[in-house]
Design a binder for this molecule. Structure first.
Ligand SMILES: Cc1cc2nc3c(=O)[nH]c(=O)nc-3n(C[C@H](O)[C@H](O)[C@H](O)COP(=O)(O)OP(=O)(O)OC[C@H]3O[C@@H](n4cnc5c(N)ncnc54)[C@H](O)[C@@H]3O)c2cc1C
Length: 202
């Protein structure tokens, strides 16, 4: 069974959480299986094996704040099969991410304890650079052309008839899965594009 625990830190209209900015959600799953690691041998083991064991695991997915240390560039040496330079990704955790990861582990333990789970094991270590690959960013959206590439319709500030309708406009990488937001932004951009097209703007 799949589990999703929505973001609960730093929600609108609530006091800010002191340890970090933004927030995270949990994704998880549960299953019931034989007790494969039951102790013992022979008949005792066979009996213990048949005692069903239910497991639940939850994993935090947190927002990564934009930092100058995190950037992409064209790899100076590595090329793909077509001879095009591949992307070199520079990514590390900042103070905010480290505090958030610690909270993911601590809060997961508290929730499972409150749900009366037994044999709880928590961890709070980052998987480098990340286990969840949510490609987004590099042409951030914003109202100031000096600080952003795209406007709210994913139209470039510099070139009027160039739209970038994918995840490039994300100013940071949120804790939610990005695809529905990518699609919603694309619909909004297409509406705008069509209305401008009808007005012969292009
Ligand atoms: C393993 C995995 C699991 C994921 N699971 C989820 C999930 O469950 N839910 C969710 O919401 N998100 C998920 N994501 C994230 C999501 O897939 C990405 O954030 C999203 O696809 C980004 O969309 P995009 O259109 O910006 O880029 P992409 O989908 O990466 O599209 C970029 C396109 O550009 C093409 N391209 C690249 N270079 C060139 C070139 N030189 N010339 C022409 N074309 C080029 C590529 O072939 C590709 O088709 C997952 C990602 C991964 C890797």
């Amino acid at each position: 069974m799949g589990v999703y625990i929505a973001r609960f830190r730093n929600l609108p209209n609530a006091p800010p959480y002191k340890k970090f900015l933004r927030g995270y959600g949990y994704e998880g799953e549960s299953s019931t299986d034989f007790s494969w690691d039951a102790p013992g041998f022979g008949i005792a083991y066979k009996k213990a094996l048949r005692v069903p064991r239910t497991k639940i695991s939850i994993t935090g997915f947190g927002e990564v704040l934009p930092r100058w240390d995190n950037f992409v560039e064209l790899d100076p040496t590595a090329k793909d099969v077509y001879g095009i330079p591949v992307l070199k990704i520079h990514m590390s955790d900042g103070e905010n991410e480290r505090a958030m990861i610690q909270d993911m582990g601590d809060s997961a333990g508290e929730m499972l304890e409150a749900a009366r789970a037994k044999n709880i094991r928590t961890y709070a270590h980052p998987s480098a650079p990340r286990w969840a690959l949510h490609e987004a960013g590099i042409a951030r959206m914003g109202s100031d052309p000096k600080k952003s590439v795209l406007n709210q319709f994913q139209q470039t500030h510099d070139i009027q008839n160039l739209f970038v309708m994918d995840a490039s406009g994300f100013p940071s990488n949120p804790c939610q899965n990005p695809t529905l937001t990518i699609m919603a932004l694309c619909v909004r951009s297409c509406d705008y594009l069509m209305s401008e097209f009808k007005r012969n703007t292009f």
